[in-house]
Ligand binder design. Structure first.
Ligand SMILES: *[C@@H]1O[C@H](CO)[C@@H](O)[C@H](O)[C@H]1NC(C)=O
Length: 240
């Protein structure tokens, strides 16, 4: 096959990839309002995953295993899916080109995790044991992410945003509801008492054990943003 033909095939593939991507409303990097609106518009397509550039599906987002071993509680959540990110509302999205920081604030109301769990040990002041289904529904979570970046050249020599890492905090102030089946080998009295205790003390439980669970989807969101931005020449998504 000729080099010309190979080039033609490559260009056709690139054109097909670009055609498959959602149209992005271009913004100047300094225009946070425009960037926020553009990202909000692209959110549904983005959270559905963009396999062409390696962005994973974010709604639902799947986890094989989440393990917690904290304050006397041993908890493993297997094969869980987190639902709701496609309905995220972006509250702030800014790109500070001087400090080289992306700031992303968003909230999701509600967000829900469903999976299988195995628990043993102590939950705050009560012994817990169980092996069954778990559903955790957070009524409204606010997430604040900061991501330092550099502008680098990609393989084709185009400038792209290369996000380096992330820091985040979150707030969960409204309510969290827990549903677990087969607590205490299905003993109804004990499981009802435990579920009541958990739902009455959702705030304390979230404070104590929430971070390792929230960390997982935030990691995936970070990876998706990083992968996406690394794949998009700056000139394609902004008008500087
Ligand atoms: C869980 O944590 C305890 C206390 O920090 C530690 O002794 C134990 O080895 C841990 N178990 C596992 C499975 O990581």
């Amino acid at each position: 096959m000729s080099a010309l033909f190979n080039t033609f095939v490559l260009l056709t593939q690139i054109a097909a990839i670009l055609a498959a991507l959602p149209p992005i409303q271009k913004c100047p990097l300094s225009d946070s309002k425009c960037i926020k609106a553009s990202a909000q518009n692209a959110l549904a397509t983005f959270t559905a995953g963009i396999p062409e550039v390696g962005v994973e599906v974010l709604d639902p987002v799947h986890f094989n295993i989440i393990k917690i071993n904290l304050s006397g509680l041993k908890l493993a959540i297997k094969d869980s899916d987190v639902y709701g990110l496609k309905k995220s509302v972006i509250d702030k999205l800014s790109v500070d080109t001087e400090k080289k920081l992306v700031q992303l604030n968003f909230h999701v109301a509600p967000i829900e995790l469903k999976g299988k769990y195995k628990a043993s040990g102590m939950l705050l002041i009560l012994p817990i044991s169980g092996d069954g289904d778990v559903a955790i529904k957070i009524k409204n979570i606010q997430v604040f992410m900061t991501m330092p970046f550099e502008i680098v050249k990609n393989e084709q020599g185009n400038d792209v945003i290369d996000i380096k890492n992330y820091k985040y905090t979150y707030e969960n102030n409204e309510n969290t509801h827990f549903k677990l089946t087969n607590l205490f080998n299905g003993n109804k009295q004990l499981s009802d008492a435990m579920l009541t205790f958990m739902n009455d003390n959702w705030k304390l439980i979230s404070q104590e054990f929430g971070t390792p669970i929230v960390e997982k989807p935030v990691q995936k969101i970070y990876a998706a943003i990083k992968t996406y931005l690394r794949s998009q020449p700056l000139a394609e998504i902004t008008n500087v």
